[in-house]
Design a protein. Structure first.
Length: 278
């Protein structure tokens, strides 16, 4: 690492309102992403909604207060080669993208000894490379507008790991490396980066999780069923965007683990050995 030069800090990029702004939400067909779309639409934003399932996105659009302000733009996060094209389509909608909510993702429920390598590739391709590729396609649009905010829905699994989540935790940790770097590079361009780390949120994430052979877990885990609602999570995410936060932890008492990992990692290790993580 070279010598560190301290640059004068610019005023932070505060969001006064989402009204008449354009937001792009991935993973918009369900869970946290769907609730982000409703909260943004209610706040007066134009919203581009993406995931793989077009029919589900059409339903989300119909549920919004002003459906004419919603663009359905389906794509698969593993289709790296198609990102430039969807970014161009998104730009055509209103000429700008003020907020990119990188929310689409898939979790995991399988032990390392049984997990096939292609499952690890899939977890990285969706959660990490898909997010990086989409962000790289949107950056030129934000740079042209000289402003923007990139929000990444990571996880508490981006700050520490638990059993059954090896590939998921690895992908979420990787997001922190990339987006912490991006935040520093983009500061002078008025483009902010927020990493959101939820704990347990009541969505279909466990149902949709991949298992050792790539098949779906298909079970609503108790931790998910009793977690924070997706609506509450979405509202807290928008609050963090407004406050220009760099990183936030959302959830219940599981958040304490972030601080244990930092200051008392041995204690966290012992707690996790005894914890049920489903
Ligand atoms: N729920 C939690 O407890 C929790 C905790 C921490 C972090 N998170 C994170 O929050 C984000 C949203 O998850 P969620 O809880 O709302 O779960 P969810 O209801 O399962 O939503 C996942 C979303 O990702 C989309 N998606 C999955 N694979 C995709 C692909 N290959 N290409 C494009 N889109 C894809 C899905 O839509 P399609 O099937 O239509 O493609 C869906 O809209 C994820 O990044 C997750 O890791 C969730």
């Amino acid at each position: 690492m070279g010598s560190i030069v301290f640059l004068p800090l610019k005023k932070s990029i505060e969001v006064q309102s989402f009204s008449n702004k354009t937001a792009w939400v991935t993973g918009a067909s369900s869970g946290i992403g769907e609730q982000l779309v409703y909260a943004l639409a209610k706040a007066g934003a134009k919203v581009i909604v993406s995931s793989r399932k077009q029919a589900d996105l059409v339903l989300v659009k119909a549920n919004c207060p002003n459906p004419e302000n919603i663009l359905v733009l389906p794509f698969d996060l593993t289709d790296e080669g198609g990102m430039e094209k969807v970014a161009a389509q998104a730009k055509q909608f209103s000429g700008r993208i003020d907020f990119l909510f990188n929310n689409g993702g898939v979790s995991q429920r399988s032990v390392i000894t049984e997990t096939q390598m292609d499952v690890y590739h899939r977890l990285m391709n969706i959660n990490y490379f898909g997010t990086v590729a989409l962000t790289k396609s949107v950056l030129p649009i934000m740079l042209e507008n000289k402003s923007g905010k990139i929000i990444v829905i990571s996880s508490l699994m981006g700050k520490f790991a638990s059993p059954l989540r090896s590939g998921y935790a690895a992908a979420k940790h990787a997001l922190h490396g990339f987006f912490d770097s991006l935040r520093l590079e983009m500061h002078e361009h008025n483009i902010g980066v927020l990493l959101v780390c939820p704990g347990f949120v009541k969505t279909n994430i466990s149902v949709n999780s991949v298992t050792a052979d790539g098949s779906k877990h298909n079970e609503m885990d108790n931790a998910q069923a009793t977690g924070m609602t997706a609506q509450e999570c979405a509202e807290k995410i928008l609050k963090a965007v407004r406050k220009d936060k760099h990183e936030v932890y959302l959830g219940g008492k599981e958040i304490i683990a972030v601080y244990l990992k930092r200051y008392l990692p041995g204690v966290l290790h012992k707690i996790l050995l005894k914890s049920k993580v489903t």
